[in-house]
Design a protein around this ligand. Structure first.
Ligand code: AMP
Ligand code: MG
Length: 417
């Protein structure tokens, strides 16, 4: 009797035997969505120098304390400081310097009066600067100044290894002076379906034939999760073709080989014997529904995951086992699942295996409810199109009455509930 592995055990066996891929350097223009392979530490403070956050006049706050519209304080203009140039001005009592947003604050100034609080608000930038400015409002010390180092201190870690880079991270990388960044390669996954019955999309299936959908759904999943995919041709149900596909996968320098179907114990299931010939294979029965048969091993030292052939089993098997594998290889932390608690609107039966049931989740006046998708057969790919979540029935639970609350794993990360 083959012992049933728990889903958790199977996941951790797979993850523990996979290695993280190597690193490469990419330009920041190409780095969005890539996984960072170095810690990014600020090598200088940010902002790098104290500067004005407004167009206006750099002043000493003490000088303008009593300023009003009726009795403005008059200051002598001693400098004009645009952004992008250094300033050697040292402000004395009774003096002001015109300053633009982002321009360095002159020594001696401790505040900026916005241009709107002066008599020069309507002057064009091209008009010659008068000798004096009238200040209509007081400002607090420090007003409208962005101090050196207030965003970031030199030596502070900004981004951590293993982070999937977002557009704001790219901005931070640029601001910190990185034109290139070290990232992990995308894990390369070679994928093939097996089966005498399969034809390609666009071909007309003959009697008894069906269209290969798994290769495409699995390839899309791989790409969506940051892998690089190579779809190999279908292997017919004979040892030679299956062996050829494995050899091609190895030649392609794949980090992982993913197969669909042919992993059961049927007379025409060749994935297992071929892998056993050239490597080693653990064939597992996982305590899971759908997708009990799962193969894991290696072919010429390249890891292999063999998924079942039924489209729903293959899809869910990917989410449960291949996704954590990709994360491990890609240098990412374990995948997180978007989970909600949902109240089921039918009674649910299962056989005690950890079950992943296709469901449609909705928000019914503040109550998150789950209805099962119309048909739960593991061959019914279209029920996955209809579903927006997988209800998880824990192992050992054979039935769940209507109105009970179950964990739902949302398939659509962006679903608004
Ligand atoms: P198997 O694991 O080979 O016994 O296949 C199980 C079921 O999945 C059978 O009904 C197959 O026809 C179907 N199947 C196998 N491979 C694919 C595929 N690539 N695309 C869609 N269905 C498949
Ligand atoms: Mg088959």
């Amino acid at each position: 009797l083959v012992r049933l592995l728990s889903v958790k055990e199977a996941q951790s066996r797979i993850v523990s035997q996979l290695n993280i891929v190597s690193t490469t350097s990419v330009s920041i223009e190409r780095a969005n969505g890539r996984v960072l392979a170095e810690d990014i530490v600020a090598n200088s403070s940010f902002p790098p120098f104290s500067n004005s956050s407004m167009d206006g006049f750099a002043v000493k706050a003490e000088d303008v304390r009593g300023a009003t519209e009726l009795e403005p304080v008059v200051l002598k203009i001693v400098a004009d400081i645009p952004a992008g140039a250094p300033t050697s001005t040292i402000l004395e009592i009774g003096q002001a310097a015109r300053i633009m947003t982002g321009a360095p604050l002159p020594q001696g100034a401790n505040a900026v009066v916005p241009i709107e609080s002066t008599n020069l608000v309507n002057d064009s930038i091209d008009a010659s600067l008068p000798d004096v400015v009238q200040i209509f409002k007081p400002v607090d010390e420090g007003a409208y100044i962005r101090n050196r180092g207030e965003d970031l201190q030199a030596g502070q870690r900004v981004l951590q290894t293993g982070r999937k880079l977002s557009p704001q991270d790219i901005g931070a990388l640029a601001a910190l002076g990185n034109s290139n960044v070290k990232v992990y390669h995308r894990p390369k996954i070679a994928l093939f379906s097996t089966g005498d019955e399969l034809v390609l999309p666009g071909e007309t299936p003959g009697p008894g034939q069906i269209i290969n959908s798994n290769s495409y759904a699995l390839a899309a999943l791989i790409e969506q999760h940051g892998g690089e995919v190579l779809i190999l041709p279908i292997a017919r149900d004979n040892a030679r073709e299956v062996r050829d596909r494995f050899e091609e996968a190895v030649d392609s320098k794949a980090d992982l080989i993913l197969t669909s179907a042919g992993v059961s114990v049927g007379a025409y299931d060749f994935v297992r014997p071929v892998v056993e010939e050239q490597g080693q294979l653990d064939f597992w029965r996982v305590n899971m529904r759908p997708g009990k048969p799962l193969a894991f091993g290696s072919f010429k030292k390249v890891p292999v995951i063999g998924l079942p052939g039924n489209p729903v089993s293959a899809f869910i098997g990917f989410l449960v086992f291949v996704l954590p594998a990709i994360h491990k290889m890609a240098g990412l932390p374990a995948p997180s699942r978007r989970m909600v608690k949902a109240i089921i609107s039918h009674p649910i039966e299962s056989d005690g295996r950890e079950s992943y049931l296709r469901a449609v989740i909705s928000n019914d006046r503040g109550k998150i409810t789950a209805a099962l998708a119309s048909h739960q057969g593991s061959g019914n790919l279209f029920s996955l199109v209809e579903a927006n979540a997988l209800l998880i029935l824990p192992s050992g639970v054979k039935s769940s009455p209507i109105g009970s609350e179950l964990d739902a794993w949302l398939l659509d990360e962006t679903l608004a509930l």
